[in-house]
Design a protein around this ligand. Structure first.
Ligand code: ATP
Length: 229
């Protein structure tokens, strides 16, 4: 069994998620799609999940959120220590309402003030006031992804999931988003990033796990220290 408890340097961290003997299989079938003997995620961590296509990375995100397809069945223990989970998808547009201007929807979705929204958008490099009036389809891929990061930051969700957050971007946009993701997680928050890109893992991870055929195969050495509490 691979045990993934608290890491050095986060002794005062809060446990946000715990999975024990947690598995997903197709309802009525004994075939396991994903099997997690033990996984704990604590505040301050950036857990990077890698693995080949079909290895179970998206299913792990479903297991973390507690929302899996109706035809799947969960067994084992899943304990969640926070009420809200933020999500940054592969394409920023998928995190945004397609018809609502950016500023309005970020205020509505987060419940934060116009000033907080403008400040957060500025912190991700979207400081042109005209952008607030645009709908997601009128943003570039990189701008939409920055808006999705801003939305996750505004939500103040203790746990943020990011699914291939840079794979739809060119190199320059990718590097900017990586820098923003690096900034977005405070000591009170944790982030789980699914990626195929070794450079993303290298840049962000305080812990790394790898999935293979639905199994947790190994834990690679953490690249960085968790954000200190
Ligand atoms: N609702 C479902 N019903 C049946 N099988 C499923 C379902 N969802 C996922 N699977 C299967 O579970 C396995 C893992 O799928 P998953 O989407 O988690 O892979 P992944 O690692 O995210 O792949 P990729 O990198 O290509 O997105 C695959 O074999 C997939 O076909």
């Amino acid at each position: 069994m691979i045990s993934m408890g608290n890491q050095a340097g986060i002794s005062r961290a809060t446990e946000l998620l715990s999975l024990e003997n947690s598995s997903l299989c197709v309802r009525g079938s004994s075939q396991l799609l994903l099997e997690i003997p033990e996984l704990r995620i604590c505040s301050g961590e950036r857990l990077v999940v890698t693995g080949p296509s079909g290895s179970g990375k998206s299913l792990l995100l479903s297991m973390i959120t507690g929302r899996w397809a109706a035809q799947l069945e969960h067994s084992g223990t899943r304990t969640i220590g926070c009420e809200r989970i933020g999500y940054i998808p592969q394409r920023g547009q998928d995190a945004l309402h397609p018809l609502m201007p950016l500023g309005r929807q970020l205020r509505k979705a987060s419940g934060r003030s116009a000033q907080a929204v403008a400040d957060t958008l500025a912190s991700v490099g979207l400081d042109d006031p005209q952008l607030l009036q645009r709908r997601p389809a009128e943003l570039s891929g990189g701008q939409a992804q920055r808006a999705a990061v801003a939305l996750a930051a505004l939500s103040s969700a203790p746990l943020i999931l990011a699914d291939e957050p840079t794979s739809a971007l060119d190199q320059a946009s990718r590097d900017k988003i990586l820098g923003l993701l690096d900034k977005v997680v405070s000591a009170e928050q944790a982030m789980v990033v699914v990626t195929h890109d070794p450079e993303v893992a290298e840049a962000l991870a305080t812990r790394r796990i790898r999935l293979d055929s639905g199994k947790l195969r190994e834990e690679l050495a953490p690249a960085r220290q968790a954000v200190p509490a």
